[in-house]
Design a protein around this ligand. Structure first.
Ligand SMILES: [Zn+2]
Length: 315
């Protein structure tokens, strides 16, 4: 049997975990987050510095990956200024969590994460959400363009009718609806649908020279694009030459199996973060030659420079 990736040193040894993350975030050597000094002659390693004593570690623990900048005389590690700074959890556990989220097609529940990492429920939840946040594109560009096809479609996240409803469950609850845009052969972007903002959303994320394909939904009429074609699902029309939304149908089936099955109780206010996770895996999929390890590396790069925005978005 092939050796599991999870047996690699970076998942078990803190020094190896730091070396791995440093190689991703500092490809040209360490950079001081305080003064941006990147001159390696002016940055030293501090070995055997111990943290302050605590109840759990009365002697303190050796601070792995600690550096000192001789330009500004401050200390730092690769975690500073990244999403990794938000938890005291060892970096090797962060790497395990990232790997799990990047390699499981339908996502991974907080409970499962908690069991595998052996941490608390709250910690697992926070970890999951911070990683999802890092997976969202920092600066999402527009999809499509001249001669390119963009599909737009929605899907309702409803529980299976076979699922037993809790006592007193109201039949008429509003299930969240996801709206996704995909450039054929390109990237997907999903968001929770807000009927009033469909036009704004399309204007922001679809290039105006694109050819848009949708179903007959009213809110796509007058979409700000070069050309628009709609297939009429009510007349059992799913495909008319290039006009179809099959790319999104495929994506939605993975999304639904994940969100309805794994993440059974997704709060609407966190839905966009889960969607970022599914978009990320789709946009870094195997078919594009991106394997689990490569995908995790992309997520690690997303951890950089996003710390403050995370704090803002969760307020
Ligand atoms: Zn410095």
């Amino acid at each position: 049997m092939a050796k599991s990736v999870l047996s690699d040193a970076r998942f078990h040894n803190e020094e190896a975990a730091f070396a791995y993350v440093e190689a991703e975030l500092w490809p040209n050597g360490p950079v001081c987050p305080h003064c941006e000094n990147a001159d390696s002659a002016k940055i030293g390693r501090l070995a055997n510095v111990r943290s302050k004593p605590s109840k759990k570690h009365p002697e303190g623990v050796v601070r792995v990956g600690l550096r000192k900048c001789y330009a500004c005389r401050q200390q730092f590690t690769v975690r500073i200024g990244t999403v990794f700074e938000d938890s005291a959890l060892p970096l090797r556990l962060w790497l395990q969590a990232i790997h799990l989220l990047c390699s499981s097609k339908k996502g991974i529940s907080t409970r499962q994460l908690q069991r595998i990492l052996g941490c608390g429920m709250k910690t697992a939840w926070h970890l999951g959400h911070r990683i999802r946040f890092a997976m969202a594109p920092g600066n999402p560009g527009q999809l499509g363009g001249l001669g390119k096809i963009v599909e737009a479609d929605e899907t309702e996240l409803a529980r299976s009718r076979k699922t037993k409803r809790p006592e007193g469950f109201r039949r008429k609850t509003h299930n969240p609806v996801v709206m996704s845009l995909v450039e054929r052969g390109g990237e997907v972007r999903s968001t929770m649908l807000d009927h009033r903002r469909v036009m704004t959303h399309i204007r922001a994320f679809v290039h105006k020279d694109s050819h848009l394909v949708t179903d007959q939904a009213q809110h796509y009429k007058h979409a700000p694009v070069a050309t628009h074609e709609a297939v009429d699902h009510s007349k059992y029309e799913w495909k008319r030459g290039e006009a179809h939304t099959n790319t999104l149908e495929g994506f939605f089936s993975v999304l639904k199996r994940g969100l309805v099955g794994v993440y059974q109780h997704v709060d609407k206010k966190h839905l966009n973060r889960y969607l970022a996770e599914f978009d990320f895996r789709q946009n870094n999929r195997e078919k594009l030659g991106i394997d689990d390890v490569q995908r995790a590396k992309h997520a690690i790069r997303g951890m950089a420079g996003k710390r403050l925005t995370y704090l803002d978005s969760s307020a």
